[in-house]
Design a protein around this ligand. Structure first.
Ligand code: C2E
Ligand code: MG
Ligand code: MG
Length: 828
């Protein structure tokens, strides 16, 4: 395609160039022709001058002398076939002598008035009057001939129009006639020199092998001579007419075609000798016009050279074609070369781009250098740089992968590592999650490094309890996943469960540690598709086990999944509940056993009454709110509402120093603006800081000890009391009590509820009472439902109690003060 376009392009250029060349050619051909023609038409003048000089120099002109001179001129001075064809001298005495060239064999013939009869003009076959006579013209009166009379009268040279000789058949001739004078300046005769217009035509043909059409036009459109019209076949040349020995020159207007091409206005040469552009129909021509004249400026001729503007095929020479073919070949070769280079350049680049695309992908493929790019060292260099980069990225990826897939301290696979190593779990039927519950406590109290070592020790003893071939991975900071090899039936699972549970009940002899935690198992064959889901279900079993307490193990059952879905739904409802303000607060008195009739302290508890599901107990939704973070907006609402209710309650007659216990969840307590918001509420409802006691659990205290301690100290300094709720239910370590401020301990209901029948729990209560005494804070026992329990606690030295026996939680408005003191409506 490109080659075709290029060849068309070059063809166009060539045509243009050659067109211009042909234009130049016309001009130069016309130049050449005009020079030659002028030289030709000047020859009669030169010949006449020569003859005139020698004739003028003699006083007596003998016929022999004249013949000699004529012969001299024709044979020596103007010898060519295309030179003058005849020269003669006509004397004033009436004699005429002429010598004429016989064109084909360079012979001459004599024409003269007969010596014995002046009125007889004799043409001889040869150059002497001894040769045979060719023709005789009678009654030849030289002195009466028009031309002689004209010469004798005007005394200056002139040209005849083309005519035919009467003396010989020589074809059309034109004669230059000049008067001759003797040394005294007297007119003595006329010299005639002939040229032949046919010779001019032949001559015009011969000078131009390209056959441009040259026409010599005289005076009024008469065509004096013209070259052959072969190259311009559409031009017809009008014929010459010879009638009664009279010559009538054809006229340009005689030919329609010529008249169209050469209208009269273009005869005159254009300035700068630029050719005219003319059209005949759609054909374009260049016409070069040039003035021609002889030495004496007697002839006013024009030479018109005509050539078609379209390049004649013969002008498009072989060399031009060869040149064009060469150019096309070179261009094609160049293009092919460029394409080849481009392919050699782009192919390795493409391969490099292909490889580079794989850079940074998890499955890295080793970058192999390409072999076909040596042509460009830059590409080799680029690839080398990329190979280096690839190695660096590869190395970084491997390191990163290791960091992601392998736990640094235990060297166990992480969850990502487990996912990546199918052989660790595929086709295993039993798997489980083991949570080391006291790991976070260790980390928070004794530091991360200690906790990590604690975990490593746990893994040590765990391995002994696991069947050979069990794969362990650390899927969360405190949770290990185990996949067990082999087939498990109900019994084998029970045995395994027992072994695992024992870990959490016995003190490790080797490490001197107590490990707390839970296990969630799931009996389901693992594959790469269900791994995540199965472990999620195991985590539900673990969660259930955690709910039951330390060391419990649960095996996943479908209802756990349903429950978790239920919790999800609950979460949605909780969100709507907060938005729709479906909550309210209730008050449960805390009674001083010494003065149970006067209540100056109570716990504020939340209640949720939904339209859809009826009453939902806090035990159920608080935990979800804590997990999902909804406890933060809910907790803010509780504080706000509690302060508002207390203010109204005091307004209604409750003592000004009434202390309201507000439960604060761990996440809520850790909010950065928690204190600010609390104090703002207290102030807004014109309460004092002494009106508020915050109930926090041990878990809150252990979340972020440093920060919690800071907040607690500042709250306590401001007058707000702190109670540690559900004391004894969760954590084994009591060391935090030394570091964190608190004003009250509330012992968990689970110890109190069966204290009368369970000696152990009674012992726990006794020791917590002792602990409270040592810390010099009161103990509140929760869940007192009977008079006996109350009495027993009183007897044990417990000062404060809370329970249904003294009062069920009721709305603030349902409590009635009387006589300025707050009297509780006790149940019967
Ligand atoms: P808690 O803070 O230990 O509250 C005491 C719980 O014991 C209350 O349960 C109360 O109704 C119940 N109780 C009191 N006396 C007796 C009794 O004699 N017998 C029995 N069986 N139960 C008694 P409730 O209101 O269901 O609250 C459960 C837990 O929900 C609370 O335990 C507390 O942890 C949480 N909670 C309740 N309200 C709020 C709240 O406003 N904010 C936060 N963060 N947690 C709350
Ligand atoms: Mg409480
Ligand atoms: Mg409690």
């Amino acid at each position: 395609m490109i080659i075709l376009l290029l060849s068309g392009f070059f063809d166009g250029i060539m045509k243009h160039v050659l067109g211009d060349m042909s234009k130049q050619l016309v001009t130069s051909k016309s130049d050449l022709a005009s020079q030659q023609i002028e030289a030709y038409i000047n020859k009669p003048f030169q010949a006449a001058t020569l003859l005139s000089r020698s004739l003028s120099s003699k006083d007596i002109l003998s016929p022999e002398f004249i013949k000699d001179e004529l012969s001299q001129i024709l044979k020596n001075d103007f010898t060519g076939e295309n030179d003058i064809s005849r020269i003669g001298y006509a004397s004033i005495k009436g004699d005429y002598i002429a010598l004429s060239r016989i064109s084909d064999n360079n012979r001459f013939r004599l024409i003269e008035t007969a010596p014995n009869n002046q009125y007889q003009l004799v043409t001889y076959q040869g150059e002497s009057n001894a040769s045979p006579v060719l023709k005789t013209v009678e009654n030849y009166h030289l002195l009466k001939r028009d031309w002689f009379i004209q010469a004798s009268q005007q005394m200056t040279p002139f040209w005849s129009l083309p005519y035919l000789h009467i003396s010989e058949d020589k074809g059309m001739v034109m004669t230059y006639r000049t008067p001759v004078f003797n040394r005294q300046g007297q007119f003595i005769g006329v010299i005639n020199v002939d040229i032949n217009p046919d010779t001019l035509s032949h001559y015009l043909d011969s000078i131009d092998e390209n056959h441009n059409l040259h026409i010599i036009v005289a005076g009024q459109q008469q065509i004096v001579a013209a070259s052959d019209t072969r190259s311009l076949s559409n031009i017809t040349m009008p014929p010459l007419s010879l009638d009664n020995n009279k010559v009538t020159l054809p006229q340009l207007s005689d030919s329609k075609t010529l008249n169209e091409i050469i209208p009269s206005h273009i005869w005159t040469p254009q300035k700068g000798n630029i050719p005219y552009t003319v059209y005949q129909g759609n054909t374009k021509y260049w016409v070069q016009a040039r003035a021609l004249t002889d030495h004496d400026h007697l002839l006013n001729w024009n030479l018109l050279t005509i050539t078609p503007a379209a390049l004649p095929s013969h002008l498009f020479t072989q060399s031009s074609k060869t040149m064009m073919l060469t150019i096309i070949f070179i261009v094609s070769f160049g293009l092919t070369g460029c394409a080849w280079m481009l392919i050699r350049f782009l192919t390795p680049l493409k391969a490099i781009a292909e490889q580079a695309r794989l850079l940074g992908q998890t499955k890295h493929i080793k970058w192999l250098p390409q072999s076909d790019k040596r042509l460009f060292p830059e590409i080799a260099e680029l690839e080398q740089e990329l190979i280096n980069a690839s190695d660096i990225i590869n190395h970084a990826l491997q390191t990163q992968k290791k960091l992601i897939e392998e736990d640094a301290s235990t060297k166990l696979p992480t969850f990502a590592g487990l996912l990546a190593q199918k052989d660790l779990y595929t086709e295993r039927q039993l798997s489980g999650l083991i949570r080391l519950a006291n790991y976070p406590t260790m980390a928070n109290t004794l530091g991360k490094a200690y906790a990590e070592q604690f975990l490593i020790d746990f893994i040590d003893i765990l391995r002994d309890a696991l069947p050979v071939g069990t794969s362990l991975s650390r899927v969360r900071v405190d949770i290990l996943a185990a996949t067990f090899p082999g087939v498990y039936g109900h019994q084998t699972i029970q045995i395994l469960a027992k072994n695992l549970q024992d870990l959490f009940f016995n003190v490790s002899r080797e490490h001197d540690h107590v490990f707390t935690g839970n296990i969630g198992l799931i009996h389901q064959e693992l594959n790469s598709e269900n791994l995540q889901n199965t472990l999620l279900n195991a985590s539900l079993a673990l969660h259930q086990a955690q709910q039951k307490g330390n060391g419990f193990l649960e095996i996943f059952e479908p209802w756990m999944h349903n429950e978790s879905m239920d919790n999800l739904r609950l979460h949605d409802q909780l969100r709507d509940g907060i938005r729709n303000q479906e909550f309210h607060l209730v008050l449960q008195p805390i009674v001083n056993l010494d003065d149970s009739q006067n209540c100056v302290e109570a716990e504020c508890l939340i209640r949720w009454q939904t339209e859809e599901r009826g009453f939902i107990p806090p035990d159920k939704f608080i935990a979800i709110a804590e997990k999902t973070g909804l406890i933060v907006p809910l907790g803010r609402w509780i504080i706000e509402k509690a302060c508002q209710e207390l203010a109204t309650f005091i307004e209604r007659g409750a003592p000004r120093n009434f202390k309201l216990h507000i439960n604060i969840a761990s996440l809520q307590f850790c909010q950065p603006n928690f204190t600010e918001h609390l104090l703002d509420c207290v102030q807004r409802y014109h309460l004092t800081h002494n009106n508020i006691c915050l109930e926090i659990t041990e878990s809150t205290m252990l979340t972020d000890m440093e920060n919690v301690a800071k907040v607690l100290h500042s709250l306590q300094r401001s007058g707000i009391s702190i109670a540690i709720d559900d004391f004894g239910s969760g954590y084994s370590s009591l060391s935090y009590l030394h570091n964190l401020p608190f004003d009250t301990l509330k012992i968990d209901r689970s110890f109190v509820s069966d204290m009368l029948s369970n000696k152990k729990n009674e012992a726990v209560i006794a020791s917590v009472l002792n602990l409270a005494r040592n810390f010099n804070v009161p103990l509140i026992a929760e869940g007192i439902e009977t008079k006996e329990m109350s009495a027993k606690l009183y007897q044990m030295g417990c000062e404060k109690v809370q329970g249904y026996y003294f009062g069920r939680p009721l709305k603030f408005s349902e409590w009635h003060p009387s006589n300025g003191a707050f009297k509780l409506e006790l149940e019967a």
